[in-house]
Design a protein around this ligand. Structure first.
Ligand code: SF4
Ligand code: SF4
Length: 346
């Protein structure tokens, strides 16, 4: 009944979502401080063959944080893993990052090891983000593992009660898209007012389990469900961000690798500008002896220059099945940069 009351047509949802253009001068630093994790999610994107099994020491973390500081520019730091709270010095890393001027977010699977909530204050951490892939244990735990939903929800409640800004990330796959609409009720009950809907990337486990249930949804399904659910959540007062994925007629294609500053740092020193490239040794930079070096030769940056009718060139290379062609072999639509977002403020 509640869903029926909140229902809005897809047309209205589309008109209210705002595409968040890449902003020059704004930087995002995604810092994987380790690759280890206590969970084994079916769609895990971590590729230990490419990024190792290492964990950075706190001294290295602090040195590497200094590399990406840019005075006068707003820099969002997202600390992730693996599970970043497994790192015993995470609280010190957060404090060091704040001192350097970063806006700091930690992305956790919800286990919050090493008593994170007791070791940092809400003023030291801008956002604590929890991953939930279903509105109940049945849906979530089928993807993320037994008991994960209850632990995650208990820690969300604790974080909210302790005054932290909390957000939730939901990775949409064929396995859970039909349950996305039920997240609004859960988030409202948990008093979480920021919701990130992600598209499943074909990286890590997802790249090798294609064809199984935890796989990407088709364009029609995405467009029929995600914008409508985002609108419903916004109507309930939640700020929703979700990827654009499919460009509409007349919309300009831009590759973030060319027009934005995003860094995806791994503990083995690889630094990528594009997350779609992470399964391949084509990173743009490497950190050696605490110094950032731009790499020459065939790197992801070579691909950013290519202009193709399908939009994102890495998507065309790595996920060609996501594109449809007409009888003259022209793409029916273009795929946006995976980093292009839409948002609806509640
Ligand atoms: S997706 Fe995240 S929480 Fe799940 S196994 Fe991978 S690193 Fe761990
Ligand atoms: S996802 Fe595509 S468009 Fe975006 S940075 Fe990577 S190559 Fe460029």
């Amino acid at each position: 009944m509640k869903n029926k009351e909140l229902h809005v047509s897809p047309k209205k949802a589309k008109s209210q979502a705002r595409t968040v253009a890449f902003r020059s001068g704004e930087r995002n630093v995604f810092f994987h401080i380790l690759t280890g994790c206590n969970l084994a999610c079916k769609h895990c994107y971590i590729n230990r063959e490419q990024h190792g099994t290492g964990q950075l020491g706190i001294d290295e973390i602090e040195e590497w944080l200094k590399i990406f500081v840019a005075p006068g520019k707003k820099t969002n730091l997202i600390i992730l893993g693996g599970e970043p709270t497994l790192h015993p010095d995470l609280s010190r890393a957060i404090r060091s990052a704040k001192k350097l001027g970063y806006d700091v977010t930690v992305d956790s699977n919800g286990y919050l090891f090493h008593d994170l909530l007791e070791k940092v204050t809400p003023s030291e951490l801008d956002f604590l983000s929890f991953s939930l892939d279903g509105p109940d244990p049945q849906v979530n735990d089928d993807i993320r593992g037994e008991g994960v939903f209850d632990t995650c929800v208990a820690n969300i409640k604790k974080a909210v009660k302790n005054g932290f800004n909390v957000s939730v990330i939901y990775t949409v796959s064929r396995k859970n898209i039909n349950h996305l609409h039920r997240m609004t009720e859960l988030l409202t009950e948990l008093e979480v007012n920021k919701f990130f809907i992600q598209v499943l990337g074909l990286r890590g486990n997802s790249a090798i389990s294609e064809g199984e249930e935890v796989s990407q949804v088709a364009r029609e399904e995405w467009l029929a469900v995600v914008p409508r659910v985002a609108e419903e959540a916004a109507a309930a007062g939640i700020h929703v961000t979700f990827p654009k994925v499919f460009l509409e007629e007349g919309e300009v294609f831009e590759c973030a690798g060319n027009v934005a500053e995003n860094y995806f740092i791994f503990p083995n020193g690889r630094v990528y500008k594009c997350p779609l490239c992470e399964d391949h040794p084509i990173h743009s930079y490497e950190i050696c002896d605490n110094r950032l070096t731009a790499l020459n030769g065939l790197t992801e940056s070579s691909f950013f220059q290519l202009e193709i009718a399908e939009g994102c060139v890495m998507n065309k290379l790595l996920q060609p099945d996501t594109i449809e062609y007409d009888d003259d072999h022209n793409p029916v639509y273009r795929i946006s940069c995976c980093l292009l977002k839409q948002e609806i403020k509640g």
